[in-house]
Design a protein around this ligand. Sequence first.
Ligand code: ATP
Length: 556
Amino acid sequence: MEMDKLVALCKRRGFLFQSSEIYGGLNGFWDYGPLGVELKRNIKDAWWRDMVSGHDELAPPPGAPESYEMTGLDCTIIMHPQVWKCSGHYDLFHDTMVDCRESKKRYRIDQMRGRWVAVKLPGGESGLAAEKAAEVERLGRLFIVSDAESPEAAVEDTVTRACQVLGIRKKKAEDSFTWESTAVVGIDAKVDRSRVLAPHATWFGTLTEPREFNLMFSTQVGAAASDDARAFLRPETAQGIFVNFKNVLDSTRVRIPFGIAQIGKSFRNEITPRNFTFRSREFEQMEIEFFCHPDSSFQWYQYWRDRRMKWYTDLGLAGARLRLREHHADELSHYSTGTADIEYAFPFLPEGDFGELEGIAHRGDFDLRSHMEGKLDPKTRPLQLEMGPDGKPRHRGSGKDLSYLDQLTNKRYIPHVIEPSAGADRATLAFLCEAYCEDQAPDDGGQMQTRVVMRFHPRIAPIKAAILPLVKKDGMPEMAQELYRTLKRHCNVFYDEKQSIGKRYRRQDEAGTPFCVTIDGQSLQDGTVTLRDRDTLKQWRLKADEALTEIRQRVQ
Ligand code: ATP
């Protein structure tokens, strides 16, 4: 599937719009249109129902080491700034970036891909001024950065750019350049920037020194513009759960093992938002912090990893485009004994590449301990301790006891945490990509035509059924509207009487509506209607008052 087609459909049919589009848009921000909001809400509702409110319908859920409880929270986006100090985000949540002085663009150093080349300028042929030619001679090795998406296009792009900048005709490229590698490679922060040609620059050496750039958006709380009033928009929902751990324990009867779930907005000032909604600056997360005894934590980690993977496959992300990838030991955070990513081969990624949908991490007791004691691992960067008025380092943690007393054994311990952390927008994007399909279907005259159909799992489809009177007369609209009003009380249905029936079916196929209910002449006589299945195109008659039961059964 070509991504351009999906992007066009999302705009045309109202799944996604660029934020503030009439003012030229704002990079990294997206709005959900009338269909998109239903789709995303259905995904979030399915997550909440399957993970939280209905998690024990299959008690205990298959694969779970024992039965457990789940509860929810809804925390604020702006929290006490000390939360981010203790979580590590204030000191460690950054990307290394460089600016281009010429184009004014900003790049993440880990995303700069290109090729090293040694240049042999072909004398008078290069068309370069003498001093520029001398500079190229002096530099010797040059790194040409490309911002093309696919590695093949990037290789080609490096040749084109090198020719343009050095004034060499493309035909002469082979004689003039010795490329160090046939494929594109990354560079690191240590590379001499005078040798680098940035993607939108016309000469070498336009990049600044690398800088660490914290990804948290900051703001001021209240009218005072002092440093004390500085606060941050949360970059993840998880910390709200950790700091409320004790409140949840004290206000409910939950006992370990149990999980706390939250769905909510997070904000990251991403340096290079890209790939539609995949990397946005404002997005929604669906996170669980699952608290368990250290001895069974690895079993729980395996349980959540498999359970989360199954959730995506059950909702239709089956097949080779979805995978579960365990991190290698050297990829793990210092506190983690296991992390896995659920990844999807998004069509905008180069062939064979996968993008993260969700991370499932064994976090040990790192977070609760940090909020208790403010201890961070000395292997990470040393923290600048804040000094109190007595000249001693100020306690960085909350100082509150976040341990758990097991009433059966009377032993106290700090629970271990398994964190399945998913992005609602990335999941929505993956479901959109997976659903897009072109096939052949008959038009009004019975001729086969290409149709675009969004094959969403019925549970997440924005509209469950469309109610369509065959023609706008003879009492058909009245009967259809009555059925519409009955169904509307139970699920999201849509009424449409405009245009030919074939065109109306097509519109519903593009919206991903799994069923169309058609009311025709026979309906008025015997009370039956026709149900059409979006995927098989099969049509069958049933009594109008059976339509609701039939649709509900099939939607589940
Ligand atoms: P990435 O490596 O892609 O930046 P991450 O590992 O930083 O992601 P986490 O901090 O683990 O992501 O966040 C959990 C989930 O939140 C991700 O799996 C993803 O689904 C979602 N997410 C994170 N950053 C973004 C973003 N900028 N835009 C949309 N979703 C995001």
